[in-house]
Structures are given as C-alpha cells and as structure tokens.
Design a protein around this ligand. Structure first.
Ligand code: GLU
Length: 299
C-alpha cells in the first residue's frame, strides 16, 4: 500500500507553495487508495510553535486534505534519532566538526547551480589531540563516500550526485544538540512506514543524501516525487514573505475549490480553470499529466 505524508515545519503559516505540494501528495495517495500520515517537523524549538502546527492542521482540512494518522512530532523523537546517530557512529562514519559557519563557507565552493556549500572536509581527519585543543562545541558530520547516488524521481527522472563532490560530509547533529533535518526525516520516514515522498523540487538535492542514509540504516528508501515550485510573476520563488499569497488572505477572496482549480490547471492536471474539490481532483489525478518545470502563477 502507498503510504504518503505531509511533513510541514510549523515555523510559520502555510503559503500557496506548501499547499500545492500537499495537494499533490494527497491526490497521489488518495488516487492510489493509500494512507496519508501527518508529521509535524518541529525539530528546531527556537523556530517552531504549537500554534503554527494547529493552524497548519486547520488549513489542510479547509482544503479537504485529511490524513489517516498523525505520528509523533519530531520534538518528541530524540531517542530514535540518538539510536540512529549511535549506529552511524559505531560504523565510524561520524566525526566532530569545529568549524564556524563562516569557516565552512570560506573553505568551500558553492556548488554550481546550488545554494548549498560543499564542505571541504577541514575537520575530517583531526587527531584526538587536535580535537582536544578546540574550544568550541562541535557539530557532527557524516562521512560521505566517493560514490554516485542516483534517485529515480517519479517526475524529474534520474537525479545523480557524486556525494563527495556535490555535497560533502554533511551535518547530522548541530552543535546545540539539535538533530539535522536530513537525519530526522530519514529516521521518521522509515519508522512511519512512508513509501512515497511528494514534496517541492527544492528538496531534490537532499534526496541522494537521504537515500544514502537509508542504506546505512538498513531501511528501504521511499519513492521520491519532486513537484515544481510556484513562482511569483517576476520569477521569484513564492515564500512566506509573499503576504498577499498567504492562505488567510486568499481565502478572504476565493473559495478553497477555486484555489485548488487554479493550482490544478497551472499544473496541467485539468484543462479548464474551474472550481474543483481536492476529492474530485484525486478522482482524475494522473502523474503523467503533471508539469515538471516550475509554475509561474498569477492569482
Ligand atoms: N519539513 C520540510 C519543510 O517544510 C519538508 C521536509 C520533507 O518533505 O522532506 O520544508
């Protein structure tokens, strides 16, 4: 059975781009008769709140996007992340990194076309004496192999990264003890029995890292489908800063079915722009009609 998930970070209100990814994830699961899981990704206590989580639940339901079970949120899952971390540590793959953010940036080149920096490996082979001489609390990085990892994305096709060149050893636990998204999401998707991950294309570059982590932890990786991003008319990516496209303000002007209709037509899923409920869209949903490239939207 297909098990999909909503994995919002309750760090703000949902915007149209989030809604679009969630709508696609939901239609994909419902059209396959599968199960939908809701997981609040509140890893970072400084940035997330129970109020935003409550609002996201309400907003999903306003658009008819329901779920079959809500699984424990990330802030309650430290023991599971500890266990995964210890497993990786026992494999000799984790090391402490004492670099500041500025040092990481100075020592690494931004990878072409990506906003992320590739870690140069500065702390990879420090001796115990060198480690002992450091004054700051370390972050913890995972060693990546000089090997290519390919993700067969359901929409974008094959996406390959040579992890050592394109990503570098990446942080799995921050210096303040908070686990990094990459580790937490893999442990959770594995434990929640997720078989299909549908999310924005901005996370495609994370998929090879996540597949690598799944293989180290001895679990099968889910199917990945990365959907186009929504762009404002001037080509910028829609973000939480686009106040007029936040859901409250849109719902003051349009019915949920009208908003779903605009998104569905822009995505290529229906021919005419017309009001349609999430349930009706799921009944005609077909990934083969879905656009791959980013969508410029005017509302
Ligand atoms: N929580 C992440 C976000 O809101 C999504 C993570 C994921 O879908 O893997 O951006």
């Amino acid at each position: 059975m297909t098990v999909g998930r909503f994995a919002p970070s309750p760090s703000g209100k949902m915007h149209l781009g989030n809604l679009f990814s969630f709508l696609m994830a939901w239609c994909s699961v419902r059209s396959a008769g599968g199960e939908m899981v809701l997981r609040m990704e509140d890893l970072d206590p400084q940035r997330t709140s129970a109020e935003f989580a409550a609002q996201i639940r309400r907003d999903l339901l306003r658009f008819g996007l329901d779920w079959d079970r809500e699984v424990p949120c990330q802030s309650t899952r430290t023991a599971a992340y500890d266990a995964a971390f210890e497993k990786l540590e026992a494999m000799g793959l984790i090391y402490p990194c004492y670099c500041s953010r500025a040092e990481v940036h100075a020592a690494s080149a931004p990878h072409l076309g990506q906003s992320e920096f590739v870690y140069a490996g500065t702390c990879r082979n420090l001796t115990p004496e060198q480690r002992a001489s450091k004054k700051r609390l370390p972050a913890w990085r995972l060693r990546v192999p000089e090997a290519e990892w390919t993700v067969h994305d359901g929409l974008q096709g094959d996406y390959t990264e040579l992890l050592s060149r394109d990503c570098g050893d990446f942080v799995v636990r921050r210096a303040d003890g908070v686990y990094a998204y990459q580790l937490a999401v893999v442990v959770d998707d594995g434990d929640n029995g997720v078989t299909q991950v549908v999310r924005g294309r901005d996370l495609l570059a994370s998929a090879p890292r996540q597949k690598y982590l799944f293989s180290l932890l001895g679990k099968p990786a889910p199917e990945y489908i990365h959907v186009p991003l929504l762009l404002a008319p001037d080509g910028r990516r829609l973000s939480k800063r686009d106040g007029d496209l936040d859901l409250d303000s849109l719902l003051g002007r349009y019915k949920p079915e009208e908003i779903i209709g605009v998104l569905a037509q822009a995505a290529g899923l229906i021919d005419k722009q017309e009001a349609i409920s999430a349930k009706e869209l799921a009944s005609v949903f077909d990934w083969r009609h879905m656009r791959r490239d980013d969508i410029c939207l005017t509302l």
